[in-house]
Design a binder for this molecule. Sequence first.
Ligand SMILES: *Cc1c(COP(=O)(O)O)cnc(C)c1O
Length: 388
Amino acid sequence: MQEPADRQGLTSWIELDGQAFFNNLKFFRQRIGEKTRLCAVVKANAYGHGIAQMAGLALDSGVDCFAVHSVDEALLLRSLSPTADVLILGPVPIPRLEEAVKGKFKICMYDKPVLKALSDVCRRLGVPAAVHLKMETGTNRQGIPLAELPQFLELLHRCPELSLEGIYTHFANIEDTTDHDYARFQMENFRKCAEAVEGAGFSPPIRHTACSAASLLFPETLADMVRIGISLYGLWPSRETYICYVLRSGNFKEERLEPVLSWKARVCQAKDVPEGACISYGCTYKTTHPSRIAVMPVGYFDGYDRHLSNNGHVLIHGKRAPVRGRVCMNFFMADVTHISGVHSGDEVVLIGRQGEEQITAGDIAERIGTIHYEVVTRLHPSIPRLVV
Ligand SMILES: *Cc1c(COP(=O)(O)O)cnc(C)c1O
C-alpha cells in the first residue's frame, strides 16, 4: 500500500479526522441553536489533538470563540487569526497582563489585585479590555464567592476602561453522575450571582455555564454561550453522560459524536522469540510458547502510559495484539504470534479503528484507572498531527 507522502519517515503520528470534527460541530450547532455562541475549548493543546490544527479547522467552520488556559495558548491562536475571540480561562500573571491586553484577549477575573492591575495596564496603554467574571457556585476552584461579588462590582464601576462582557461558572458534578442535583444547586447559585450583577447596574451580554455534558443534558444551561471541549473532539464526557443523553433523547440508534483523533505508529522490528523468553525491563512477561513479538517505537514519553504494561492492546492487520512486558520510555512490545505476516514497517493503531476493531481513548483510560480526558491531553506535543 502506498503511504501518503506526509507520513513517510514518521515512526508515530496522530491523524485528525477533519470531517468528524465538522460533524461534531454541526451536531452541537443543531442542539444549541443559532443564538447561542459556541466557544471551542482548545486548552491543553486542544485536548492533545494539536491546538494549531484544531483551531485551523474551527476557524474554517465558523466557531464563534475559543477558550484557552494560558496567555501562550492565546498568543498562538492570535498568530493564526488576528480577529478571533479568545477567552483566557486560566490565570494571567500580572507581568503578562500587557500582552493579554495588546492581544485583545478576553480575560477571566476572580482576583481583585489582578483586576486592579489590569485596569492600570489599560490606563497606561490607553486601550480598553473585556473581562468575564468567574462566579463561585460550588466547584470551589477559581471563582468569586457571592459575598465578595459586591466589592468586585464596585471596583469595576471605578474602572471604565474595563467592560464586563461576561459572567460564568463551571459545574463540579455533571459528567461523573446520573444524579444532577448538585448541578441544579450550582445553577441556582449562578442565578443569584447574575441577579447581584444586574442589581449593580451591569448587563453582561454573555452569560455562560455549560461544558460538553451540560450542553448535552441540560438545555436550560445553554444561556448565551456554551464552552465545548471534549465532545467537539468526538468523545462523550463520560459513560453516565452518554446513558443520560440516550435515555432523554430516546435516540438509541446513533451516537452522533465521532472521535477525531487516531494514534498510529509503525512496527520498528518484528522477531521470533523462543518459549521462556523475557520481554522488556524487569522480565515481567515470559513467553509460554515460541512467539512473534513486534516492537513499537512509542513509550511513556509519548503518552503511552506505563500502566499499559502487560495490560494494553494495539491493532495490527486489523487484529488485537496484547502489550507484553513493561512499556519503556520510547518503546513497547506486543505479541503478534496469532497474526500472520507482521513485519517491520507495518502500521499499528494505538488509538482508533483498524478493520473491524477499535481501541478508544476511553478503553485505555479504563485500563489505567483514569479518564479519557487525561489519555488524550497527555499525548506528547512532539508527535506529528496530520489533518486527514
Ligand atoms: C475545560 C473546561 C470546559 C470544557 O469542558 P468539557 O467537559 O471538555 O466540555 C468548559 N469550561 C471550563 C471553565 C473549563 O475549564
